[in-house]
Write a protein that binds this ligand. Structure first.
Ligand code: NAD
Ligand code: IPM
Ligand code: MN
Length: 353
């Protein structure tokens, strides 16, 4: 039998509540589709671990992950005890960078049965794929604070756009657009205000776009693009964006489909030199942790994306089908307007599978 070795990192907050539901679904899928799971349960990459050890991950974290086929990740962050930039740069952002997971794929779909916060939208109207640059851009530690604590205090925070980094995410987005029926790509920019990097990014998009004459390209400044997510969501197919813009769009897109509790993501190293990482778009949600009311679908769908990348296409499709069935007429967590628990939703998905 095929065996997939998966590192399981629940992390903090509701990461710990939704991960068991992803594992429930994975076990059901393994039974039905005849593959085996070799799970490596990881206690680190959490703020509890940080409090006990003074660091987010052990020094040999990479060695411990040697040989895993993929990483399944819940969420990290517990700002009441550890500053977010410490916990995230010490875990999730480190994985993305050290494992060169330079593509972050974030689909958003309006499902049958889910109330849409936008007026007059039906399932099918919103079906987009956000391709987010995931290792550079606005996310850097380059810069510093001068004259700190004086009235002349100055803060400099650099952005980094490498040619290789931008080209590969743009090309990946064009390739994704080629595989979808509409073959439409929106390029997020802000070349009117951000005067060096963004005009350069636009020119690069033009140059790579010339290699894909079948793809229609729509370049939009991020401000109006955000407005159109709300006003004309049907206009979007694939959307490519730099790290920060992609982060913002990937909460906004799912919000337009009812709840961020549905939104999955795949942090990909497409060359497979390193393991890819699959996680919900959402975070640890301290405001609802401990009540068993978090929506587990984002986590379950992320696990399905993982199976797809691992070659289990049929299992992926069946899990997405089970999610669709449960959203149509199954139990609902409060973010979907219901009163069901995390566990009840997870069980319903596994049963539908
Ligand atoms: P968040 O995504 O954790 O929560 C935002 C809001 O959405 C909250 O009201 C929360 O209750 C709700 N929500 C989130 N997921 C939900 C789910 N599955 N079901 C129902 N409701 C859900 O964002 P935040 O509050 O900005 O961040 C909280 C912590 O998580 C911070 O430490 C932050 O840095 C971290 N974070 C981590 C990740 C990650 O690990 N990938 C992503 C985002 C935020
Ligand atoms: C996400 C998260 C992370 C990001 C944070 C927690 C650093 O918001 O995965 O979208 O900004 O990438
Ligand atoms: Mn985010």
């Amino acid at each position: 039998t095929r065996t997939h070795r998966i590192a399981v990192i629940p992390g903090d907050g509701i990461g710990q509540e939704v991960m068991p539901e992803a594992l429930r679904t994975l076990h059901a899928a393994a039974d039905r589709f005849g593959f085996a799971l070799d799970l490596l349960e990881i206690p680190w990459a959490s703020c509890d671990w940080y409090q006990a050890h003074g660091e987010m991950m052990p020094a040999d974290w990479k060695a411990q992950l040697q040989g895993v086929d993929a990483i399944l990740f819940g969420a990290v962050g517990w700002p009441a005890t550890v500053p977010d930039h410490i916990s995230l740069w010490g875990s999730l952002l480190k994985f993305r960078r050290e494992f060169d997971q330079y593509i972050n794929l974030r689909p958003a779909r309006l499902f049958d049965g889910v109330p849409c916060p936008l007026a007059n939208r039906r399932p099918g109207d919103i079906d987009m794929l956000i391709v987010r640059e995931n290792t550079e851009g606005e996310y850097t530690k380059l810069g510093g604070i001068m004259f700190e604590g004086t009235e002349r205090e100055i803060v400099i925070q650099e952005s980094v756009f490498s040619r290789v980094g931008s080209e590969r995410v743009l090309r990946y987005a064009f390739e994704q657009a080629m595989r979808r029926p509409r073959r439409h790509l929106t390029v997020a920019t802000k070349s009117n205000g951000i005067a060096i990097s963004m005009p350069w990014w636009d020119a690069l998009a033009d140059r790579i776009g010339a290699e894909y004459p079948q793809v229609t390209v729509d370049k939009q400044h991020i401000d109006i693009l955000s407005a159109r997510f709300v006003l004309q969501p049907q206009r979007f197919d694939v959307v490519v964006a730099t790290n920060l813009f992609g982060d913002i769009l990937s909460d906004l897109g799912p919000a337009c489909t009812g709840t961020i509790g549905l939104a999955p993501s795949a942090n990909l190293n497409p060359e497979r030199r390193f393991p890819s990482l699959f996680e919900p778009v959402h975070g640890s949600a301290p405001d609802i942790f401990g009540r068993n009311i978090a929506n587990p679908i984002a986590m379950v769908w992320s696990a399905a994306l993982m199976l797809d990348v691992l070659g289990e296409r049929a299992a992926h499709d069946a899990i997405v089908g089970a999610i669709e069935a449960v959203l149509r007429d199954g139990p609902r967590t409060p973010d979907l307007g219901g009163a069901a628990s995390t566990t009840a939703l997870g069980e319903a998905i596994a049963a539908a599978l």
